[in-house]
Design a protein around this ligand. Structure first.
Ligand code: GLV
Ligand code: MN
Ligand code: MN
Length: 426
């Protein structure tokens, strides 16, 4: 059945099928009362196995690379040459944030599987193959690494990542070994440029624009750059009852002043769409009656302009130096992640917009303030993203929701995109 033969009820049925798969994945969690599925954990293993089974049912050959990315390979072209043509890559991630919703990541994996299922179950033959990729480390929720799995696929994995430790002191390298992988194989996970024709990721918008536009689908123009750093403020522990206020070197009070400065700096740069977040903080020794000696917190800074983002980070650092100087403290800034802004390929954007128009919808274009595997894949090949409206723009929250109707349209648009896609010229 080609898309022209797909009725609104077929599209709705696709959405319902995707919804059931997303529900099944969402049941795989480390905690019974909330969704937590971190990279290289038993839950990751179970989710990867479930996804692999779906890929096989959809006619794909399944393998797993050295960092655990599940790869479903669909090669049913009309001629033997089709199998040799550069492949279209489609995918997203199956790891989650802590207390996650069920759509951020898994939607793009499920959409890829159901799109392939459409072609393997009697859709038109394609002059190229498709790999569906289920990445495992997009959120950076377990290790301070982010996009490590897609980095391996593009040959940009940083070996320093292997030394990163999680909250329990388990290193990335140890977790990888326990997952049954061999770090020696990471280089072999990289695609060659000449075997890839492009990457496309379906993802919920995670913002309110499509809802405001009253449209189910949108085309992403570019993905923000990000800087993540750990800030460590050091003072001196002391007795909470005996040290007079003017003699204290309170690391937590200094950190609090700096955290408010982070917020102020981002607000001052609001016209440049800079956002900055302190999402995690730890104070030591962490007792009610001890002046805090050491505070570590994270800062996440994002902007569409790399120059503006770097300047915001510089301002945060110089404000940090001022605060610690005034308070007799010390500060260290430890950057642990930087992703530059990635433009989405214009030709692929237009192909996505045409696919959405084929379904009778307008395709608003919008930037992504969230990070995505698509920005890493852009280092390898032309990369594009299709956004799906989500209720209230809510994400990284269990209330995250996209309707089966919108999801069905997104998969139908992906199918149409694949039909329109011609490697090298789409
Ligand atoms: C990933 O969701 C990120 O943008 O932090
Ligand atoms: Mn995501
Ligand atoms: Mn996310």
């Amino acid at each position: 059945m080609n898309l022209a033969a797909m009725s609104p009820s077929d599209i709705l049925a696709l959405g319902a099928r995707a919804g059931a798969m997303l529900d099944e994945l969402a049941r795989i969690s480390a905690e019974p009362s909330r969704l937590v599925r971190l990279y290289l954990t038993p839950e990751h293993r179970r989710a990867a196995d479930l996804v692999a089974g779906w890929m096989r049912q959809a006619g794909m050959e399944v393998s797993e690379d050295a960092l655990g990315t599940v790869r479903g390979r669909f090669s049913a072209g009309a001629s033997p040459d089709d199998a040799k043509a550069p492949r279209l890559l489609v995918g997203s991630h199956i790891d989650t944030v802590v207390d996650a919703g069920r759509y951020d990541g898994p939607l793009g994996v499920v959409a890829g599987i159901l799109a392939v299922d459409h072609f393997s179950a009697g859709g038109p033959a394609l002059p190229f193959g498709i790999d569906v990729l289920a990445f495992g480390d997009e959120e950076g929720s377990r290790f301070p690494s982010t996009l490590a799995t897609s980095a391996a696929c593009v040959g940009a994995f940083d070996p320093a990542t292997l030394g990163f430790a999680d909250r329990n002191g388990v290193t990335f390298a140890e977790a990888l070994k326990a997952y049954g992988k061999n770090a020696q194989d990471i280089a072999a996970a990289a695609y060659r440029r000449d075997e890839v024709a492009g990457f496309v990721e379906v993802h919920i918008e995670q913002g309110p624009v499509l809802e405001q536009e009253n449209e189910p689908l949108g085309v992403v123009t570019g993905i923000v750059g990000q800087s993540r750093l750990r800030v460590v403020v050091t003072g001196e522990a002391g007795h909470a009852g005996t040290v007079p206020m003017e003699l204290r070197r309170d690391a937590l009070a200094g950190a609090a002043e700096l955290i408010l400065a982070v917020e102020r700096i981002a607000r001052e740069l609001a016209a440049d769409r800079v956002v900055a977040t302190v999402g995690r903080i730890e104070a030591e020794p962490g007792a009610v009656n001890i002046i805090p000696a050491r505070v570590a917190f994270t800062v996440d800074v994002r902007a569409m302009s790399d120059e503006v983002r770097r300047s915001a980070v510089e301002q945060i650092e110089s404000e940090g130096w001022r605060v610690v100087e005034a308070r007799g403290l010390q500060v260290a800034f430890e950057p642990f992640h930087e992703a530059v802004t990635a433009e989405c390929d214009l030709t692929l954007q237009n192909t996505l917009a045409a696919a959405i128009a084929d379904l009778g919808h307008r395709a608003p274009r919008l930037p992504s303030g969230a990070g995505h595997d698509a920005q890493m894949m852009a280092k390898l090949c032309r990369s594009a993203m299709l956004f799906v409206r989500c209720r209230g723009g809510v994400s990284h929250n269990p209330a995250e929701y996209a309707s089966p109707a919108d999801i069905g349209l997104a998969i139908a648009a992906l199918i149409r995109f694949i039909e329109r896609f011609a490697p090298g010229q789409a």
